[in-house]
Design a protein around this ligand. Sequence first.
Ligand SMILES: [Zn+2]
Length: 200
Amino acid sequence: MTIDEGYIKYDSDWTPGPAPDQELTILLDTWRRPLFDAGLIGHYEDLGVGYGNLSIRLGSSDQFIISGTQTGHITDTDGQHYAHVSGYDIERNRVSSTGPIQASSESLTHAAIYELSEAINAVVHVHSRALWDALKNKLPTTADHVSYGTPEMAHEFTRLYRNTNFRASGVAIMAGHDEGIVSIGHDLEEAATRMLTLER
Ligand SMILES: [Zn+2]
């Protein structure tokens, strides 16, 4: 298995700052908990890298609050573990964030998904060997030669949203990102619940 998680491939422009809005980080922690308990967000002990991340859109803007890089091992998260993505450039692989911690290395994938529709207000990304093996090419699936954290992955989500039932079902498998699965929702509850109720 190849793990490309946890390494920031993008050009990260991070400005240290205060924790994001507490109401939002409490909501993120509330829905992160069952995902963490299910092992869908966590930490590869042998590799020393975290996996899985989640975000919510800020109002009707193109900005969002996302879990910070290398927070997968943490059981209880608070504002110190979240970042505000204030800008990005998908083609240039560039992300601007502020907060106590740098944004997740998969922020550009989240940004690309928010661009698909104003109706998408939350994105959840997890890792699961069992679900990935069972659901790859059964649910909408990104091309297997496209790895995470690339502009090509952003384009793949556009393709899935237009040409498959991803828009309705809200779950996609990332074939080129081992164990990677994404869910979307009108709100965080919907995105997280879609992930938590996947059948193997
Ligand atoms: Zn991942």
